[in-house]
Ligand binder design. Structure first.
Ligand code: 4AZ
Length: 470
């Protein structure tokens, strides 16, 4: 007993907690020392229990226990992945419904008309109100009206709705969810438009059908992510700005290149054959057979490449004053619209952007004054500046004519630069992008009180229509 007391003291416990736990029981101590079995005192019982528990972990039990733990961890990871990391997929639906409190107007048939634009924005806003609920989990992405047609009780609306749900979800199940949300809203929400519930139909469509339907629409970006564009940092500019995050973010951007000399200017796709650019881009060379246009976020490799068949400069372009710095280039073969290549919308001549409106400029131009062309497309958010301010003595001292538009910041830092010329300055109107400016000129790049000067596209809307029919 004494011996055991000595050998089952702290020392034994230490050993038992170590790797030799199965060997170092009181029994094994006893065997080791060739002793006869002994009785244990009351005080020893807990310790004996402890050792029994250790024996409970025989190798099979240990293996089973490990397996069970691994399974639990696996399931937990699966659940977390499902809810947190689950790959979201875009689901598209074609919705059609009757609205009773809209009287049909003839101009609804003209997609570029003010009537169609305003009415479809109202309908799209209403859809956002219905689906962009706090509990909606950001599932609703956007909607676009495709057609407003007459109906004896008002108008018929055809529109596409885009949602993002986990890829494991089914289009039919999502359809039911969408219908439930819509019907609830029709009952409880004060909506500006009266939709007949019985007229509402929703059809799941695939991304190709969605593209086909929206191809009739300009200025739509179909980026794989629908994350909003991050705000630009205070130091951002195409000079020092950020690269475009993904393919398809600026699908109308083209690079105009002289065969053998590479990128010269930017340009914007306004139809499947026409590019809008700056007249000064062709000062060196007006021979269309020497030019090519590429699309995609990198110059090399390009996503799409086309030859240029025709170049039209504005008849009144003045290289000294930079007035009417606008030109058109026609591709020899049309481009297929896709997620990567799309046309931008042309603004109606009535469009007027107030000062300090956020607009984006994109291009492959240099990031320092007189620097090299960038292979990866860059972008910067700038703000419109009123012509009055831009014509101030300390700014451009009266050089800004009605066909020009200033954008940037009075403190400088963010600007387009050499090589961005001819490229787009675009404005986002309810997810539809309009080209409001063409990079034209400026005193150096990103200097204080010397913002970028752009060709004001709205001024030339009729000129563009007269040359292209668009
Ligand atoms: C250029 O030389 C150029 N900062 C383009 C834009 C600006 C200045 C110069 C505006 O093509």
């Amino acid at each position: 007993m004494k011996f055991l007391e000595e050998n089952t003291g702290e020392k034994l416990l230490d050993i038992c907690l170590g790797s030799e736990v199965f060997e170092m029981t009181p029994w094994s101590w006893q065997m080791m020392w060739q002793l006869t079995p002994v009785e244990f005192s009351e005080a020893e019982y807990p310790r004996i229990e402890y050792h029994r528990r250790q024996q409970f972990w025989d190798p099979i039990r240990l293996a089973l226990f490990t397996l069970a733990i691994a399974a639990i961890i696996g399931i937990a990871i699966g659940i977390v992945t499902h809810f947190v990391v689950e790959d979201d997929k875009s689901f598209y639906y074609l919705a059609s419904f009757k609205v009773s409190n809209i009287k049909y107007k003839e101009n609804y048939a003209v997609r570029s008309s003010r009537e169609f634009t305003e009415r479809s924005h109202q309908i799209e806003r209403m859809m956002s109100k219905i689906f962009r609920r706090p509990s909606g989990g950001g599932r609703f992405v956007k909607s676009h009206v495709i057609k407003i047609s007459p109906d004896e009780k008002g108008v018929n609306v055809l529109m596409v709705l885009m949602f993002r749900y986990p890829s494991t979800d089914s289009a039919e199940r999502i359809k039911k969810k969408i219908e439930r949300i819509l019907y609830q809203s029709l009952k409880i929400k004060q909506l500006p438009l009266t939709i007949y519930k019985s007229s509402f139909s929703l059809t799941p469509i695939n991304s190709k059908k969605m593209r086909d339907l929206l191809n009739n629409r300009c200025g739509i970006r179909m980026t794989s992510s629908n994350m909003p564009l991050p705000a630009s940092s205070s130091m951002e500019r195409i000079v020092n700005g950020r690269e475009t995050a993904m393919e398809g973010e600026w699908p109308w951007q083209a690079s105009l290149q002289l065969i053998g000399s590479g990128h010269q200017c930017g340009a914007s796709l306004i139809s499947n054959t026409w590019l809008l650019t700056a007249a000064h881009c062709f000062r060196k060379n007006k021979n269309s057979s020497q030019w090519i246009a590429t699309f995609g976020t990198t110059i090399t490799p390009p996503a799409v490449r086309r030859r240029v068949g025709k170049i039209i400069l504005h008849e009144e372009y003045h290289k000294i004053t930079n007035e009417n710095d606008i030109a058109l280039a026609q591709l020899t073969t049309r481009v297929e619209f896709s997620n990567i290549v799309q046309r931008v919308c042309l603004p109606d001549s009535y469009i007027k952007l107030p000062p300090k409106t956020s607009v984006f400029v994109t291009g492959f131009g240099s990031i320092v004054d007189d620097g090299p062309t960038q292979n990866k497309l860059r972008q910067a958010r700038v703000e419109t500046i009123s012509t009055d301010v831009c014509n101030r003595k300390d700014v451009y001292d009266g050089l800004i004519t009605p066909g020009m538009l200033c954008a940037g910041f009075m403190e400088g830092k963010i600007d387009a630069c050499k090589g961005d010329s001819g490229g787009p300055l675009v404005y986002d109107n309810h997810d539809i992008w309009y080209i409001v400016g063409i990079v034209s000129w400026g005193q150096s790049c990103a200097l204080p009180k010397k913002p970028g000067v752009y060709t004001r596209v709205a001024t030339y809307r009729d000129w563009i229509a007269s040359k292209t029919g668009i």
